[in-house]
Design a protein around this ligand. Structure first.
Ligand SMILES: Nc1ncnc2c1ncn2[C@@H]1O[C@H](COP(=O)(O)OP(=O)(O)OP(=O)(O)O)[C@@H](O)[C@H]1O
Ligand SMILES: [Mg+2]
Length: 395
C-alpha cells in the first residue's frame, strides 16, 4: 500500500490568499496611513507597479515609521515606496504550502512578518498570504494525513482479519467435505467386502452409514451454494400461504431424529388456532431447520422448545434449548459467515459456521428479523419474527 505523505496532501498556496489589498508606489505615505487607520483589519498592502509587486507595507512598519520623532513630517508626503519593504517574500500561486512555509522561515528574523505576496506564474500580483494561516493549514494537513494513515492501516488490519476468516473457512470446509467423502469411500470398500462374504445385515448397516455421510456432504455443499447465491443477490423468493403449526411440528419431528439417543425432549407450543402466514415456505423451513439442528447439536441434555406466537402484526417463532449457551462477547460474531465460536466446548462440534449467516440472510429476504438471547452454560433462544401477511422482503 502506498503511504500518503503530508507533502502530497497539501494545497498550493493560491487557494489560501487572505487579502488582495494593494497600493501604487507613488501613493503618499499619509494616504496609505489613512487607509490603515480607517480599516483596523488591514494588516498589510502590496505595492504594485502596473501588475507587478515591488514592495510590501505592513501596519507595524508604517506605525513605527510614522510615530517616531518627526515621522509624519519626514515621511507623510513621500511616496509610500520610500517606507515599503522592497524585498518582500514573493511566491507563485502554484507553489506548495510546505515550500512556502520553509521559505518564510528561512528569512532573517527582522524580515519575517506575517505577509507573503502571491503572484501568477507570469509575475502578476494576486494577493497576500498570512504565514500564521499557512502554519494552521499545514498542521491541519499533517493531522489529516496522520488520520488517513491511521484509516489505511485500520483497513489493512480489517483485510488481514477477513483473510484469516477465509482461510479458517477453507480449512473447515475442506475438513467438512473430506470427512464424509472419506467415510463414503471407506464404507463402500467395507460394503464390497461384506458383499463378498454375503452378509446382508452388514451391507444394510454400512449402506445406512453411507447415506448419512452423503446427506451431510449434500448439506455442506448446499449451504455453500446458498450463501454464494444470497451474496450474488440471485436468491429468489416465492410467497404462499403456509400453515405454521404443521411446519413447526414437522421441524420438531426432524429435530427428534437429529437428537438420536441424546436425553433431550422436544416440545412444541402454539396457540390453539389455525396459524397461517404468507411467506416463502422453503426459506422459512430452511431457517427453522438450521436453528433446530444447532439446538440439537449444542444440547446434550434437557429440552428443546419450538414456540409459535403472534406479536402484533408479526408471527414469532422461538427455538430455545438448554444447551451449552453462548458467551455474551461471542454473540456479535454469530451471524458473520464462517464464524464458529472459538470455544473449546464448540470445537468438538462439526460444522462450517454457515448456518446462522444463511438463516439471517434468508429471514431478511422474506421480510423478517432474527434475534438471539443466550446464557452461557444454560441455553440459547433464537426468535424469528415475520410479518403475517405482507411481502416485505427484499427480492
Ligand atoms: N443453539 C446454540 N447453542 C450454542 N451455540 C450455538 C447455537 N447455535 C449456534 N451456536 C454457535 O454459533 C456458531 C455458528 O452457528 P452456525 O449454525 O452458523 O454454524 P455451525 O452450526 O457451526 O455450522 P453449520 O450450520 O454451517 O453446519 C456455532 O458453531 C456455535 O458456536
Ligand atoms: Mg448450524
Amino acid at each position: 500500500m502506498q503511504a500518503i505523505t503530508a507533502r502530497e496532501s497539501m494545497l498550493s498556496v493560491g487557494e489560501l490568499i487572505v487579502s488582495k489589498e494593494h497600493t501604487t508606489p507613488q501613493n503618499l505615505v499619509n494616504n496609505v496611513a489613512e487607509r490603515f487607520f480607517s480599516s483596523t483589519d488591514l494588516d498589510a498592502m502590496a505595492v504594485i507597479e502596473g501588475t507587478e509587486p515591488v514592495g510590501l507595507v505592513t501596519r507595524p512598519k508604517l506605525l513605527f515609521t510614522l510615530f517616531r520623532r518627526f515621522g509624519f513630517e519626514l515621511y507623510g508626503k513621500h511616496p509610500v515606496i520610500a517606507i515599503a519593504d522592497t524585498m518582500p517574500l514573493i511566491v507563485p500561486e502554484n507553489e506548495r504550502l510546505d515550500v512556502v512555509i520553509d521559505k518564510a522561515l528561512e528569512r532573517t528574523p527582522q524580515d519575517i512578518y506575517d505577509e507573503i505576496i502571491v503572484t501568477s506564474a507570469a509575475g502578476a500580483y494576486k494577493g497576500l498570504l498570512s504565514v500564521k494561516q499557512l502554519v494552521v493549514q499545514q498542521s491541519n494537513a499533517l493531522a489529516s494525513s496522520v488520520l488517513q494513515k491511521e484509516i489505511a492501516s485500520a483497513r489493512a488490519r480489517e483485510l488481514e482479519k477477513i483473510n484469516q476468516v477465509k482461510s479458517r473457512f477453507l480449512a473447515n470446509v475442506t475438513h467438512e467435505l473430506r470427512s464424509p467423502v472419506n467415510a463414503i469411500i471407506g464404507l463402500a470398500e467395507l460394503l464390497r467386502m461384506s458383499a463378498d462374504k454375503g452378509s446382508i445385515e452388514q451391507i444394510k448397516e454400512r449402506l445406512s452409514f453411507m447415506i448419512s455421510s452423503a446427506t451431510n456432504l449434500r448439506t455442506v455443499i448446499t449451504n455453500i451454494l446458498d450463501l454464494s447465491k444470497i451474496e450474488a443477490g440471485k436468491m429468489e423468493v416465492s410467497y404462499q400461504e403456509v400453515n405454521a403449526v404443521s411446519l413447526i411440528n414437522e421441524i420438531a419431528e426432524t429435530t427428534r431424529i437429529f437428537l438420536g439417543k441424546k436425553p433431550v425432549t422436544v416440545a412444541v407450543s402454539a396457540p390453539d388456532l389455525p396459524m397461517s402466514i404468507i411467506t416463502d415456505p422453503i426459506k422459512l423451513r430452511q431457517v427453522l431447520m438450521n436453528l433446530a439442528s444447532n439446538a440439537a447439536k449444542f444440547t446434550e441434555s434437557g429440552s428443546i422448545g419450538l414456540k409459535l406466537s403472534i406479536v402484533g402484526k408479526s408471527m414469532a417463532i422461538a427455538v430455545s434449548d438448554t444447551g451449552i449457551g453462548i458467551k455474551e462477547e461471542d454473540l456479535g460474531t454469530l451471524f458473520t459467515a464462517f464464524g464458529q465460536i472459538e470455544d473449546a466446548k464448540t470445537k468438538i462440534y462439526e460444522g462450517t459456521g454457515l448456518g446462522l449467516t444463511i438463516s439471517k440472510n434468508l429471514v431478511e429476504l422474506i421480510g423478517g428479523t432474527i434475534s438471539i438471547s443466550s446464557i452461557y452454560g444454560k441455553g440459547t433462544t433464537f426468535i424469528v419474527s415475520l410479518p403475517l401477511t405482507s411481502k416485505q422482503g427484499r427480492t
